[in-house]
Write a protein that binds this ligand. Sequence first.
Ligand code: C5P
Length: 222
Amino acid sequence: MRKVVTIDGPAGAGKSTVARLLASRLGWRLLDTGAMYRAVTLAAIRAEIDLANEDALGTLAEGLAVRLPPGEVLLNGEDVTGLIRTVEITRASRYLADSPRVRAQLVRLQREFARENEVVAEGRDQGTVVFPDAFRKFFLTATLAERARRRHAEFVLRGEAIELAAVERDLRERDERDAARAIAPMKAADDAHILDTTGLDLDAVVGRIEREIVGEPESDPS
Ligand code: C5P
């Protein structure tokens, strides 16, 4: 495994934006694991699979090629980058996130990705399950109100009409499910740095993370 920095935390905590900027500053690849769950969700909806059918979801995921070349999400070679950020995919993604076989398959792909690249890995379980030996681990949080505001602004920017209150309710439900899930629940690794991004701008958060990464020696053989 090459060098991995993990950034986990609840939806809307700023993980994606922070991880993208950090990866670009370090010259590393971004591993957006939420995009992988979203791509499999899109495939399941298109195939009209019963989202409660674990076997069907597992078989589907194991037969899919999900790839993340820089700036793109490819599902069996098709660029689905713009199709996976909708409210519908966001809501349905919980079924895929709860599926042990889907998780096992995506964890395999995530570790493969890190064999070939130095990565900033972003998700819910990157520091706890996927890369327990990561070089540095971060867990981003922010208040529910702030996270809802950020997510709502993203939906509005994409032209999706949804009330702020509905975004907040969706977020709360998703957080609860993510944290309570039996397999790979969302939680900070014991050795993660916890960063509350409420009221902080992007540069401030990335700056803090960079100082943790660059500011310390890699190893001391003596
Ligand atoms: O982060 P994002 O909102 O794109 O995540 C999409 C979905 O994938 C969410 O339902 C989240 O719970 C799930 N997910 C996960 N494990 C990850 C990344 C995302 O269960 N490592």
